[in-house]
Design a protein around this ligand. Structure first.
Ligand SMILES: O=P(O)(O)OC[C@H]1O[C@](O)(CO)[C@@H](O)[C@@H]1O
Length: 553
């Protein structure tokens, strides 16, 4: 094995001068209100507005001022963020624990200068050809009928990104093929998806970079059985496409060489929607739409690589995350898209940010003495308002929120869309301003409550103020703006990882559970033999009492 060589500097952020200044800044900021910042700066809204070609972010509702921002930017400088961004752009092996660069940006450029860019361009030509054949209905199934339904099978990065983007681009869907996604090892996922479909018109796309993922292979085998039960083994060539770095294993599975598209070890799973793994997006919409998605992401790459940090949106968002996680003790962040088609974005961002930065050792393998990635969660507004927003407004935790809102809708019903925008702004305002118990008590007294009851009820109804949020907006949700939005979060994640001195591109933490599930599966079929963990042993016994036959393999 080659030696592990890390191109990134190893700097413990807590040893920097900026870190100590930020501790003092946080102590001071915690005495203030966000409204105080507005009263000291008439231009505050404009001063904390950040613009890129496709995405705008207003960060004025945060506990920041120029002095805090200067110290956060100094932290970035102390941690040599600029050099690390350069290393990513130059294709150095920033994923040093796996001896790999992270070249997802090379998937979304029209340049073909590097070997990898050329490979990506060749792959896109193949994707374009497949789209053309399927959209023109030249690609027919075993009985000569056109393909009408495409089932994408994959998990993690081989599912979440393509599924999210295909959903977000619903207004761009074509009428020729419907794309479905199957991910879970639960057999019901595949079975429910296939129930209304016919093998004659169904094409499967199996996406697995490793071609070793239990869920995907199990579902792919079940899909193959579903097809070949009604057709010939040789018909697989008309009904299966594989996308993988292990083309040899795809061929062993029975998939035609022509129907295999590559993935590469220089693109991490959670960054793969820009690769052939994005084929379901192109098939659900059009190949041109997929190209536009890449172009939007490329614009964000240029912004990240070339913009000074003070105006660099991914860098500023990363610094804000560090500010709240490491200096305010926040352990959660919420992402709330005010657009129904973006409802899967939080799922995608969970993998992107938590699989990347959910680490507890630094790049040198030493335990972190500071927090890394927060828990990210969220769902589409306004739905969450009638559910978990209660905790955002009155719970004991401070949870910074990213509101994401397209200013214009694809719907012609602009009046209804304005409700969406109004609700988004109302949530941000309410989080910032809250409502004091005195205000509430006054209203209650006016409404006829007794002094005692008004005072009591006012405590329950009061809303703490000073809950920070960002408004991240796009003019309209298009392939370009979606691409830019997703790339924004990718670069934010990388920038934060550099400050935290961790490797954002490996994910060793998911491996042990995979091995354990194989052992337990075997034990479930063998009277619980070989299980060492007492709780698992007991659970296994409970799940397979002697009078119940073990599951058939
Ligand atoms: O594409 P593959 O190799 O099936 O992996 C799927 C997913 O599994 C993971 O390796 C985690 O289990 C992810 O990083 C990846 O996106």
């Amino acid at each position: 094995m080659p030696a592990l060589i890390d191109p990134i500097s190893h700097i413990n952020p807590t040893h920097t001068a900026a870190w100590n200044r930020l501790i003092d800044q946080a102590a001071r900021a915690q005495q203030l209100s966000i409204a105080d910042y507005f009263s000291h700066d008439e231009q505050r809204y404009q001063n904390f507005n950040f613009s890129t070609s496709h995405v705008q972010a207003n960060l004025s509702r945060h506990f920041i001022n120029e002095s805090i921002l200067a110290d956060l930017l100094a932290l970035a400088e102390d941690c040599e963020l600029a050099a690390a961004i350069n290393s990513l752009e130059q294709g150095l092996p920033v994923n040093f624990t796996e001896h790999r660069p992270a070249l997802h940006c090379q998937l979304r450029t029209s340049s073909t200068q590097t070997k990898e860019e050329q490979l990506a361009a060749d792959c896109r030509s193949k994707m374009q050809r497949i789209c053309q054949q399927l959209h023109s209905q030249q690609w027919t199934g075993f009985s000569g009928q056109p393909i009408t339904d495409i089932v994408s099978i994959g998990i993690g990065g081989s599912d979440l990104g393509p599924r999210m983007a295909a959903e977000a681009l619903t207004p761009y869907h074509n009428s020729k093929v419907r794309v479905h996604f199957v991910t879970n090892i639960d057999p019901c996922d595949l079975e429910h998806t296939l129930a209304p479909l016919k093998p004659d018109n169904t094409l499967f796309i199996v996406i697995s970079k490793s071609w070793g993922t239990l869920e995907t292979l199990t579902n792919a085998k079940a899909a193959k059985r579903w097809l070949t039960d009604r057709s010939q083994q040789s018909d697989i060539s008309k009904h299966f496409i594989a996308i993988s770095a292990r083309t040899d294993l795809c061929e062993d599975f029975g998939i035609d060489e022509d129907n295999i598209l590559p993935m590469w070890d220089w693109v991490g799973g959670r960054f793969s929607l820009w690769s052939a793994a994005g084929l379901p997006i192109a098939l659900a919409t059009s190949y041109a739409t997929f190209e536009a998605l890449l172009a939007g992401a490329h614009d964000m790459d240029q912004h990240f690589f070339n913009t000074p940090h003070r105006h660099n949106l991914p860098v500023i968002l990363a610094l804000l995350e560090i500010w709240y996680v490491n200096f305010w003790g926040c352990s959660n962040v919420a992402v709330l898209p005010y657009d129904h088609t973006l409802r899967l974005l939080p799922n995608h961002l969970q993998q992107l940010t938590m699989e990347s930065n959910g680490k507890s050792v630094d790049r040198q393998g030493r335990p972190l003495n500071y927090a890394s990635a927060p828990v990210l969660w969220g769902s589409a507004g306004t739905i969450g308002q009638h559910s978990f927003h209660q905790l955002l407004h009155q719970g004991t935790q401070l949870i910074p929120v990213d509101f994401i809102v397209p200013l214009n809708s694809h719907s012609s019903n602009q009046a209804q869309h304005q409700h969406m925008v109004a609700n988004c702004l109302a949530q941000a305002q309410t989080l910032m301003d809250g409502q004091s118990s005195e205000q509430v008590k006054k209203q209650l007294l006016e409404a006829g409550y007794s002094e005692h009851d008004a005072a009591l009820l006012a405590q329950h109804k009061a809303m703490p103020a000073n809950r920070p949020s960002s408004i991240i907006s796009v003019d309209k949700l298009t392939p370009e703006t979606l691409g830019a939005l997703v790339a924004l979060y990718e670069h934010k994640t990388y920038a934060a990882s550099i400050i935290w001195n961790i490797n954002a591109f490996d994910q060793w933490g998911v491996e042990l559970g995979k091995t354990a599930s194989t052992t337990i599966y075997t034990a479930l079929q063998n009277a619980c033999a070989g299980l060492e963990n007492p709780a698992t042993q007991a659970a296994c016994q409970a799940l397979t009492p002697p009078n119940i036959k073990p599951p058939t393999p």
